[in-house]
Every structure is written in C-alpha cells, then in structure tokens.
Design a binder for this molecule. Structure first.
Ligand SMILES: NC(=O)C1=CN([C@@H]2O[C@H](COP(=O)(O)OP(=O)(O)OC[C@H]3O[C@@H](n4cnc5c(N)ncnc54)[C@H](O)[C@@H]3O)[C@@H](O)[C@H]2O)C=CC1
Ligand SMILES: O=C(O)CCC(=O)C(=O)O
Length: 451
C-alpha cells in the first residue's frame, strides 16, 4: 500500500469510528475490507467521487425493538431485538438471526456488513442483513424458547418479507427456532411464503441447507488445496465449535478421508487422538441438538481428553477450521498453528481471526487462508437456493442442491484467484474475496445514482 493509500485508509477509518462510536467489531470488519478496497479504487475515481465505500458502511436502516416474554415461573423478561438491513443493491436483505447474550448492535453491524460481500460472492441475487437478540437460549425450556421466538417475530414481521428481507439461523438459532418464528409469521400475516430460510423440509426447507455452511467450508479448503496441488485425504484437522457449522464441517472432512481430532464449546475443547468417526459425530449432534449438553460429556463417553477453558489451536494439525465465533484465533494462536505445521485455515465462523492473527498469517503466505465471507458462504448460498425453490414451488433433490453448492464454492474460489493473485503468484484469498464481493455491489449502486 502506498503512503497516499495508507493516508486515505486512516482518514476513512477515522470517519467510520467517529460515526459509529463504541462498536469495535464493526470497525474491525470494515477495516478488514477497506485495507483491500481503498488501494483497489485508488485509480478508479468514480468510486471515490461517489463515496461508494462510505455508503456501503452506512446501513440502510437498523431496527431495534423490545422483546417481552414470560418465563416458566411466570416472570416477565425483557430483551432487545435488532435487524440491521445493511444493503439491498443486488437483492432482498438476507442473513441470519443470532440469539446469544453477547449480541450488541456492533456485533450485528459487523455481521450484516460482511454478509453484503459474502452474498455478492455467491453470485445469487441477495443483499445483506443480520439480526438477533441478547437472549440466551442456554438452559431455557422449549416453551420458553417458543414464547421468546413468537415475541421476537411479532415485531420483526413488520419489517421482513420474501422480496424485502429474508432472515435465517445463526448462533443459537437452528431448526427449532426457525420453526417457531415461521409459524408466528404465518399466523400474523396469514401468508405461506418463503420469508425465512433454514426451514424444515415439511414446510418449504431445502435439502442440504443444514449441512451447507460446514460442507462449504470444507469445499473451499478442497479447492484451495487442489489449486496448490494437494488434497484433503489423510490430513489431520482441528475444528472448533460443536454446533451446526462445526459438526457438518467435521462430517464432510470424514467423508473426504481426513482425520478430525477436536471439537469445542464455550467451556473448553475435546481432543480425540484416535479421531472422530461418523458414529461419534452423530452422538455429538444428538448431545447438542436434542439433549443440549456440554462437549465435556464427549470426553467421559469416549475417553478423549477434555481441556477446560481452552481453545484447540495448540493441537498439531494440517488444517484448521474455526467454526465457533468471532475473534477465536488471536496472534499468538496463529503463530502456534504455523509453528505446528498447519497448512490451511478455512473460516467456518464469521470473522474468527483477529487483526493480529491476520497479520501473522499474511507474513507467512504458504499458509492458505480462506476468509469467512468466502469460506462460509455455502450456508447463505443454499439459503438462496431455498428461496428459488420456494418461488418455483418445487423441491430439488439432495444431489441437485449439493451440486449447486459445490458450483457456488468453486465460483467463489475462482473469483478469489482472479482478484487475489499477487505479482509473486501467491493467492491472497482475503483480498480476492473483498474485491470480487465489492465489484458487483458497487456496480449496482453506481447504476442507481445518488441515493
Ligand atoms: N448456521 C449457519 O448457516 C452459518 C453460521 N455461520 C457462523 O458460524 C459460527 C457458528 O454458528 P452455528 O454453528 O450456526 O451456531 P451454533 O449455535 O449451532 O453453534 C455455535 C457453536 O459455537 C460455540 N460458541 C459460541 N460462543 C463461543 C465462544 N465464545 N467460545 C467458544 N465457543 C463458542 C457454541 O458452544 C457452539 O458449539 C458463527 O460465527 C456463525 O455466525 C456462518 C455462516 C452461516
Ligand atoms: O442463510 C442465511 O441467510 C444466513 C447465513 C448467515 O447468517 C451467514 O452467512 O452468516
């Protein structure tokens, strides 16, 4: 980056920080994109003159609302719900809903901003948005979760629709929550329409949507390795998380002949030196989705090691798949991965590497590193396919959807190579994804004039 470009970046980020005080996650996500886009547009004055990046960093609107519900003891509980409608230049707002106590406006703004680029990369007509609430589903009964979801949707329904904004799941929001929210929308609006994705198959869901994010993160790794003359077969893999993305990432890795040795949750990680099998993974899915227990129980059941309060990045591996949450790999952990011989990282979670970690990895270009907006785009990609099937009133087969998912990820990989190959011939997947995602949205915004 030239001195002039570095000054432009600093001035731009000062503006972002001034307009969005106290929102560190949002600043981080914007900085990660601006580092690549500001040099890219430095010889394209139309983007600068028409303030395209400034406009992209300002959400179209943020809806914030009270969610009041009653717990099983009869007590009244109050939470805060949000929907950040970031940008609809290339299609209806699209992105998940997160229920977690750490949800803030900053977290949802970073996720909505990232979603705009990710959705653009899929090649499907979807804008970007994200929503959620500071509700903690952990320890709540089914009926409490249902009452919360119904209360949340009672307000959200006024702001969404199949051609306006189509939410889906994210942390703390899976098939159960999507079912409760879809049922409430249908009751309120008296319309059966594709207003949410991640629905169960019986009421308009798509085959492979549950698996898509995890599978996609592995497909992305497969494409990176193939591009560099290698394969996944026989690789030792460290996976974090034990939710939707982590478990299906592990499943696809096993199908492709890799050895998965870890899974985690917010309390710690399990290290199974013999490796997970499909049966063990099924046990974890049952633990997490039905019994809603802790990953520590896996260690007792299968005799694996449990590391309380730790993350798995110190375990020697060939490939790493952060699939839990943001900022889960810091600079020191990135160094550990590199020193232990890690060859590739595919980000299943959103923004799982801190800026320090990205810096460490960039100084070691032999490590293949796919950013979340590319690596986990399979989930929203299949959500886009669910929307298409809902509009057509058709259901595609498992093979058909998986083939389309495969093609979406291959397309993303190719865009990263096209826009991210450096003069030394190395592929900077972060830069490639940022520029390719930006181009399509920016062109649409230019076409609409000043708004
Ligand atoms: N579900 C989806 O289709 C997509 C999810 N993602 C991202 O993938 C990540 C995981 O999401 P899901 O698997 O859907 O959620 P989930 O609710 O099914 O699972 C989340 C997992 O992360 C762990 N976790 C949460 N907070 C943690 C923390 N502070 N430290 C360590 N572990 C923590 C949980 O214990 C759980 O295992 C998130 O970053 C999400 O934004 C990205 C694209 C699509
Ligand atoms: O499928 C969707 O719309 C949501 C996916 C999502 O939230 C994400 O990509 O982070």
């Amino acid at each position: 980056m030239s001195t002039h470009q570095a000054e432009d970046l600093a001035t731009f980020m000062e503006g972002v920080q001034r307009r969005n005080p106290g929102e560190p996650e949002f600043h981080q996500a914007v900085h990660e994109v601006a580092m690549d886009i500001i040099p890219y547009i430095s010889d394209k004055p139309i983007y600068k003159d028409l303030k395209i990046l400034e406009r992209m960093t300002e959400p179209d609107r943020i809806i914030s609302f009270r969610v009041v519900w009653q717990d099983d003891s009869g007590d009244i509980r109050v939470n805060r719900g949000y929907r950040v409608q970031q940008n609809n230049a290339i299609g209806p707002y699209k992105g998940g809903i997160r229920f977690h106590p750490t949800v803030t406006q900053s977290v949802l703004k970073f996720l909505a901003f990232e979603q705009v680029f990710k959705n653009s990369l899929t090649g499907l007509p979807m804008g970007g948005g994200k929503g959620g609430a500071d509700f903690n589903p952990k320890g709540k009964s089914d009926l409490e979760v249902m009452r919360f979801c119904q209360a949340f949707m009672t307000e959200l329904a006024k702001h969404i629709g199949p051609d306006t904004d189509v939410p889906a799941g994210d942390i703390g929001v899976g098939a159960r929550e999507v079912g409760y929210m879809f049922g409430q929308y249908k009751r309120l609006e008296n319309r059966f329409e594709g207003v949410l994705t991640g629905k169960a198959l019986e009421f308009g869901g798509s085959l492979i949507r549950t698996e898509a994010t995890g599978y996609g993160a592995v497909y992305m790794m497969q494409d990176m390795l193939t591009h560099h003359g290698e394969s996944i077969d026989g690789k030792v893999c460290v996976v974090s998380g034990s939710g939707n993305v982590a478990t299906y990432c592990a499943e696809k890795l096993l199908q492709l002949g890799a050895k998965v040795v870890t899974l985690s949750d917010s309390s710690g990680f399990v290290y199974d030196e013999e490796g997970f099998t499909h049966e063990k993974l099924q046990w974890v899915m049952d633990l997490k989705n039905k019994r809603r227990g802790r990953i520590e129980e896996y260690a007792h059941e299968f005799g694996a090691k449990y590391h309380e309060g730790e993350e798995p990045w110190g375990v020697p591996c060939d490939l790493a798949f952060p699939c839990a949450t943001q900022n889960e790999i810091d600079g020191e952990e990135a160094k550990l991965l590199i020193n232990n011989g890690c060859r590739g990282i595919s980000e299943g979670a959103n923004m799982p590497t801190t800026p320090e970690a990205i810096k460490v990895i960039q100084d070691f270009p032999a490590l293949l590193h796919a950013p979340s907006k590319a690596a986990n785009a399979g989930g929203v990609g299949v959500s886009g396919l669910e929307m298409s099937q809902n509009s057509l009133r058709l259901s595609w087969t498992r093979e058909e959807v998986d083939e389309r998912l495969r093609a979406i990820i291959r397309g993303i990989h190719d865009q990263c190579v096209e826009f991210g190959t450096t003069s030394e011939g190395h592929v900077d997947y972060f830069r490639g994804a940022n520029i390719a995602g930006f181009n399509k949205v920016a062109s649409a915004m230019l076409a609409y004039g000043v708004m």
